[in-house]
Design a protein around this ligand. Structure first.
Ligand code: 3EB
Length: 332
């Protein structure tokens, strides 16, 4: 699936001390900046930027910075700040739940707006999307907020002509932040990527109704054409559709890593060797940091690059979730 392409994307997780020099180095080529921090400084970035109220473990704050190999064009329309190169459009938005509005309705508005925006711009293939909102496990009018989110998201996919299934769902994650509005950011492609499912897991869009009235619309990973970038969705200790190892952080971590291994193998069976994913780890309990960090070092080597955040996970019996980005070898 080689195709001629000139533009690609890069990702770094940076400390506040390293941020300014990095942004200067990539001047004109920054797609977006997301701060994970209790309280942000004023936004001076001349690019799409947002912040998520989510504690970082082992540091005060982390900046997630998406860059482009080519100069970007900036935009700001209908509440979506964007930057794009010839291949991808990065966008971010804050979704305010209006008084009396359900999370389902706010999510529908957000996703309908995203689909309208990317369709108009000609980047109609949602590749990867991040969702953060407070009270993810809280009840709202008799339905868990994550489940309401899933209903609104599903309805927007349908309303905007996206079939639910293996061809048109992005890689994703959905986590509970401490406070603030819902924050959504995404990468959308001019060309479709290759969605990847995990043979160990039921596809999320086929989850049974016990997990909510509408299934989550995401793929386990997305392999983008440009540079064979692999976006690994939030991955947890789920086999089939069931959570395994409730209450046991070491076993949940081992199962999660087995799922990530399975995805790396699906994406690139030939590599067999040593992909080096850049990882973002969400822990429900900060006291699990040392255990998980040690297991990641064992799995991927001591020099593994990972950041750790404290978040609520969308199933209350899950203690962690891990996402990743890596560059796979070109297929021969
Ligand atoms: C799971 O596998 C765990 O709702 O977008 C992982 C990645 C999870 C994305 C989402 C949820 C989502 O079902 C939770």
């Amino acid at each position: 699936m080689k195709h001629a392409t000139t533009a690609s994307v890069g990702l770094a997780y940076l400390s506040p001390e390293a941020l300014d020099a990095y942004l200067a180095q990539f001047k004109g080529r920054v797609l977006g900046v997301i701060a994970f921090v209790k309280k942000p400084a004023a936004n001076q970035a001349d690019c799409p930027a947002t912040w998520v109220d989510m504690p970082v473990l082992g540091a005060d704050s982390v900046f997630e910075v998406w860059t482009s190999s080519e100069p970007v064009a900036l935009g700001n329309e209908s509440g979506i700040a964007s930057a794009r190169n010839g291949e991808v459009l990065f966008g971010c938005l804050e979704v305010q739940q209006m008084a009396g509005e359900s999370v389902e309705s706010a999510t529908f508005r957000a996703y309908a707006g995203i689909f309208d925006r990317i369709d108009r711009a000609g980047y109609s293939n949602l590749l990867r999307i991040w969702n953060y909102f407070p009270g993810i496990n809280a009840d709202e009018s008799g339905l868990e907020r994550y489940r309401g989110f899933n209903v609104g998201r599903h309805e927007a996919f349908v309303a905007k002509g996206r079939a639910i299934g293996e061809k048109s769902v992005p890689a994703a994650c959905a986590l509970g932040s401490s406070d603030g509005p819902m924050i959504v950011y995404f990468l959308a492609g001019r060309q479709a990527g290759r969605p990847i499912e995990n043979p160990r897991q039921t596809s999320a869009y086929n989850y049974p109704q016990q997990f909510g009235p509408r299934s989550p619309t995401f793929s386990r990973a997305m392999l983008a054409g440009f540079e064979h970038k692999l976006f690994i969705s939030g991955t947890a200790s789920i086999v089939g559709h069931e959570t395994l190892h409730a209450g046991d952080i070491a076993k949940q971590t081992r199962e999660t890593l087995a799922n990530i291994r399975a995805l790396l193998e699906q994406a690139n069976p030939a590599a067999g060797g040593n992909p080096r994913p850049l990882l973002k780890v969400y822990l429900k309990h900060p006291e699990h940091l040392a255990t998980v960090r040690a297991q990641l070092a064992e799995e991927f080597g001591a020099e593994v690059q990972a950041i750790y955040l404290q978040a609520d996970i969308c199933r209350t019996d899950l203690l962690l979730e891990i996402e990743g980005v890596c560059t796979c070898q070109a297929e021969q």
